[in-house]
Design a protein. Structure first.
Length: 95
């Protein structure tokens, strides 16, 4: 069974995956709000697909995204869903 500190470290590692993926995007605003709006403006996902607070909580390791949110983030980050899932699984120590 994972300890609280191991869980926190896993969440932080998952957050870092998403933050790095977003930072690596070219031609997207660097702010969370700008990123969310640009994804909607480009028609990648519907407006309101995620809140700025929810994205911040994922990127800072406070929350783990649901499978549905993970799939939406893969689209928004322009990465294959399986690749992103594998990165998250590795960050959590499952691979």
């Amino acid at each position: 069974m994972a300890t609280i500190s191991n869980k926190a470290a896993g969440l932080a590692a998952v957050g870092a995956v998403f933050a790095k993926r977003r930072a690596d995007l070219v031609d997207f605003p660097k702010s969370r709000k700008g990123f969310i709006e640009e994804v909607a403006n480009l028609g990648i996902l519907e407006p309101g697909w995620i809140s700025e607070k929810a994205l911040a909580n994922i990127e800072t390791g406070k929350n783990l995204p649901s499978i549905e949110t993970l799939c939406m983030l893969a689209r928004a980050l322009q990465v294959d869903q399986t690749e992103l899932f594998d990165e998250v699984a590795s960050a959590l120590g499952y691979r």
